[in-house]
Write a protein that binds this ligand. Structure first.
Ligand SMILES: [Zn+2]
Ligand SMILES: [Zn+2]
Length: 267
């Protein structure tokens, strides 16, 4: 019994240590148990706009981990945004670990606001921004002090999901191949972020064609995250993320412990 038990993990979530997080690590961990997850990784924001104090963060994590011991694998991560532009702040954070998992995300083009705060643009303006964004992400990968690239198609959350501009990443397959080969060759992974599915008409980041391109470029490491900012969002639509991996031809997903991928067959 139990050998074939499905292993569901949500490895992108935010607690009150994120400025836009609503619930404690304890509450997130209990929600993960209720949602039937085997593992949960808390990845609070540390980036251009936000940070957290590492000592209280570590203490809260250790207490939450002890409280769910035997019921859930709780992992300590961070969503490091624009790490390549933070200089000594990135280095100090990573040295203050230990972290199980570092998600590398890009929420803004250097010197510009978060895409969340950008005014709506037209199609040409959006395409120009996507080109700049991809160049920024490739620069971040060359810097490299993270494990997995978060929500690759983040700008589309606002351009398409909020502003209704008909734009996607299809004009940028050359840049995407460069990016995916750099990820594969450097031993980095790619996240499937399912947060978009919590909105009407939402989409996965990235979608099937891009995930398939990543695999064709040699990409093997994949993780799944809800990007929950509330306990009630923990594990939401995680199954859709795993289904997308299967559809793209992957057989296993990773959960990071001590900055190393631990493999689990897709449930
Ligand atoms: Zn993010
Ligand atoms: Zn996030």
């Amino acid at each position: 019994m139990g050998r074939a038990m499905s292993y569901w993990a949500d490895v992108h979530t935010h607690s009150v240590f994120s400025a836009d997080g609503h619930d404690t690590m304890d509450a997130l961990a209990e929600a993960a148990v209720r949602a039937g997850l085997s593992a949960l990784c808390v990845t609070d924001h540390f980036d251009t706009w936000s940070s957290f104090d590492t000592k209280p963060h570590r203490d809260a994590f250790e207490a939450a981990r002890a409280a769910v011991s035997g019921r859930l694998t709780l992992l300590r991560g961070v969503e490091l945004g624009e790490g390549h532009t933070l200089g000594a702040r990135s280095e100090a954070l990573l040295d203050s670990g230990p972290f199980d998992f570092v998600l590398g995300s890009c929420h803004c083009i250097h010197g510009k606001p978060d895409f969340y705060d950008m005014p709506p643009g037209d199609r040409d303006g959006c395409l120009a921004l996507i080109a700049e964004y991809l160049a920024e992400v490739i620069e971040m990968v060359r810097w490299g002090r993270f494990d997995v690239l978060g929500h690759l198609t983040y700008p589309l959350r606002y351009m398409v999901g909020r502003d209704g501009v008909a734009v996607d990443f299809s004009p940028f397959y050359d840049e995407l191949r460069t990016l995916f080969r750099a990820l594969a060759e450097g031993g980095y992974g790619l996240e499937v972020n399912v947060s978009g599915l919590r909105r009407p008409g939402g989409f996965l980041m990235p979608d099937l064609p891009l995930l398939a391109l990543y695999r064709a470029c040699g990409g093997e490491i994949v993780t799944v995250g809800s990007d929950a900012h509330r306990a009630r969002e923990i594990g939401a639509h995680i199954r859709d993320g795993y289904a997308l991996l299967r559809e793209a031809g992957f057989r296993r997903a990773a959960v990071y412990k001590n900055r190393q991928p631990v493999w689990h067959p897709l449930p």
